[in-house]
Design a protein around this ligand. Sequence first.
Ligand SMILES: C[S@@+](CC[C@H](N)C(=O)[O-])C[C@H]1O[C@@H](n2cnc3c(N)ncnc32)[C@H](O)[C@@H]1O
Length: 260
Amino acid sequence: MKALDTETSVPGDWLEDTRRFWNTDSDSEAKYRRICLDPEIESTTDEGELAALWHKRTEAELAQLLSGIPIQADWTCLEIGCGLGRLMKPIAQQCARVIGIDVSPRMVEFAGEYLRGVPNTEVHLNDGQTIPMVPDASIDWVYSHLAFQHLTLYEVVDRYLAEIHRVLKPGGYCRIQCWREAALPLAERAKNVVRLLTGRERYHGPRRWLWGPGKEVKFGGVTFHPKAWRKLLASHGLRVISLQLGLGHDHWMWTTSRKR
Ligand SMILES: C[S@@+](CC[C@H](N)C(=O)[O-])C[C@H]1O[C@@H](n2cnc3c(N)ncnc32)[C@H](O)[C@@H]1O
């Protein structure tokens, strides 16, 4: 049996496994092997082409992220799983302050470089499930893109939602992209049914499932049926105002909710 972290009930090796996967040797590996990864990016090693693809994808995903969010110049925003700060950089031009948190020491280090000269941004290393550096009711908008789909434990998703509710101002916005259940192979779907029935799932180490035809992902996270996801958000006091399936990717699910 795996040792449990007594404070959080998350297995002790979970944080180590998570960091091992996300810590990369170089910022280029972080960018093109962990953050932006698709057949087009994989088909080239030309730095100029890679940079152009990085910007093209960032622009498209930024539009998905901002869809329906009435961002204001005086807002403080928070990104969960910010990586290099790819999305924080353009968002910082539209608001007063952007805080990023990330579980990976290497990502936080690379973000320091990527966000150099963007004074209204800051990035913090966290424990992968809580945000103690952010005070209660201090955030206008929490967002997360390409991070929840990699959270390998239901407990961690649950804890983040509780944290999001804590840090948001009343009426504050939350926009999260995650992976919807229908995309999964049958065995993984069956596990999700068990999880739904029991409310919890055991940690078996990094999970592997098919991302697309013939493509194995080694750090696939828990997935949600839209109804279960809506219910979970509501149980944390987050009222869903929009749920979009297939925006940006067939298997993505985007939700915007507001703190009651
Ligand atoms: C695919 S990258 C996306 C980065 C950024 N959101 C973007 O779109 O450019 C996923 C990021 O989530 C971070 N991450 C993974 N699990 C996390 C966790 N439990 N808590 C905080 N960050 C996490 C990783 O270290 C990585 O930087």
